[in-house]
Design a binder for this molecule. Structure first.
Ligand code: HEC
Length: 160
């Protein structure tokens, strides 16, 4: 019985460690990096990140993409976050992220699941990467055609 309790306890502490390896007990910069990595921010905000299976040097992360996402909302571009963070203090970044209404496919709803401190650590992480890249093209309304490349983000069904 005593042995069983030990086994159960070690599993409990193992589960605790998994969480701790994620965000607790790390510097704010490390926490921010971890959140950016596992929340998939690079998938859209870093050029070719998915295609290269994440093998993009960190200095090139989050510089935004010139490939638009086109759908009923018009065309949206995953912004250069290295430039965005420069415009906000940590506190202002937290409220900006929380109140902004995002065009698809930006999953803005995930910020509900992060604390203010966690969002602030994302800011701190991106900020210390430094300014890089250029502004992404402006979003376009549905009536305007994008000049550059875009991904058509509308479900398709092939007819037989
Ligand atoms: C599926 C693609 C996708 C993913 C994943 C994604 N984004 Fe975005 N993001 C976008 C697009 C597209 C926009 C532009 C939306 C708009 O203009 O309304 C955007 C806009 C933003 C903006 C507003 C930038 C500005 O300058 O106004 C912030 C901040 C942002 N994303 C942060 C993040 C963070 C942090 C993550 C990871 C937790 C993330 N995004 C994940 C596609 C994505």
């Amino acid at each position: 019985m005593r042995k069983l309790i030990w086994i159960v306890l070690s599993f409990v502490s193992l589960a605790g460690n998994v969480r701790a390896n994620g965000v607790q007990g790390k510097s704010r910069i490390e926490q921010g990096r971890w959140l950016v990595r596992i929340a998939g921010c690079n998938d859209c905000h870093t050029p070719n990140y998915s295609q290269l299976e994440g093998n993009v040097p960190e200095k090139d992360w989050l510089v935004g993409s010139e490939v638009g996402f086109k759908g009923p909302w018009g065309t949206s571009y995953a912004t250069n976050l290295r430039l965005t963070v420069e415009q906000y203090t940590e506190a202002a970044f937290v409220s900006y992220l929380r109140q902004k209404r995002y065009l698809p496919p930006m999953p803005g709803f995930i910020f509900k699941h992060l604390t203010n401190e966690e969002i602030a650590s994302v800011h701190a992480y991106i900020k210390q990467l430094g300014v890089a890249g250029k502004r992404t093209p402006r979003n376009l309304p549905p009536s305007q055609k994008p000049k550059g490349p875009y991904i058509y983000f509308v479900p398709q069904v092939d007819s037989k």
